[in-house]
Design a protein around this ligand. Structure first.
Ligand SMILES: CC(=O)[C@@H](O)[C@H](O)COP(=O)(O)O
Ligand SMILES: NCC(=O)COP(=O)(O)O
Length: 237
């Protein structure tokens, strides 16, 4: 079964709107795991607009499933991840002013940098994943960085699927086949939803994990968090 890691950034977005502690990010992380999710993902951004660095530390002992921290490996982020030692770190090349992640790494141009930072995390026993666009050259470049996994950036798939262009999954399937040949684990995320997740999963050989936040939290407004998590778990079987 493909693992579901719930991204709780949006819980922090709502909390930060009032400056108090409602909704409580730590409690939501506990509940989501109780409901059956296989992991918790956070993506602290340099401006701490949603998840704060303090949240990342507060969640350390609360996440008893897989803890996945995503972000651009600026020195402050690297130090924090090395201290927390989550299950997995996912490196994302987002700029400070980006509204959300909007591109994967160029694994060829950034090879030396990625190699160096990945080696640091691996020395600490942290599984490493790098966020990439669905291009074979980027998958091949990812192997050279020493990363354990890739996370395929699924926004384009999600946009096309919503328009009925189901062939848009093909570059992802092709990349998954190549990643399998090269021994890279495969994660995926961005704009995955109850609408598109089953089709995506069924077209991805050996998809290890999806991280889902924006749609999942939005769907939970109607369905409730427990039902939403359980629907994903059913669709990922
Ligand atoms: C890496 C990625 O795909 C993002 O979706 C991300 O983790 C979500 O970040 P925001 O919640 O800041 O949009
Ligand atoms: N890595 C992707 C992620 O954590 C969640 O992305 P989204 O579902 O909020 O688009």
């Amino acid at each position: 079964m493909t693992k579901l890691s719930v991204n709780i950034n949006k819980i922090a977005t709502i909390r930060n709107a009032r400056g108090g502690n409602t909704p409580n990010v730590v409690q939501v992380a506990k509940d989501v795991q109780l409901f059956g999710a296989h992991g918790i993902t956070i993506h602290p951004r340099p401006d701490e607009r949603h998840i704060t660095y303090k949240d990342a530390y507060d969640l350390k002992d609360v996440v008893t499933t897989e803890y996945n921290i995503e972000g651009n490996p600026i020195p402050k982020f690297v130090d924090m991840v090395l201290e927390i030692k989550p299950t997995q770190v996912t490196l994302v090349p987002d700029s400070v002013d980006a509204i959300t992640s909007n591109a994967g790494w160029d694994t060829l141009k950034n090879l030396d940098f990625l190699k160096e930072v990945i080696a640091k995390f691996k020395e600490s026993g942290i599984r490493t994943s790098i966020f990439v666009d669905p291009q074979i050259a980027m998958i091949e470049g990812a192997v050279a960085t020493g990363a354990d996994r890739i996370e395929l950036y699924t926004e384009e798939f999600a946009v096309q699927y919503a328009l009925g262009n189901f062939k848009a999954v093909k570059p992802y399937t092709d990349c998954a086949i190549r990643a399998n040949e090269l021994g890279l684990g495969i994660n995926a995320g961005h704009d995955l939803s109850l609408e598109n997740i089953q089709f995506f999963n069924q077209n991805m050989p050996n998809l290890a994990e999806v991280s889902i936040g924006h749609a999942l939290i939005s769907e939970a407004l109607y369905l409730g968090l427990e039902t939403t998590v359980n629907r994903y778990l059913e669709l990922l079987k």
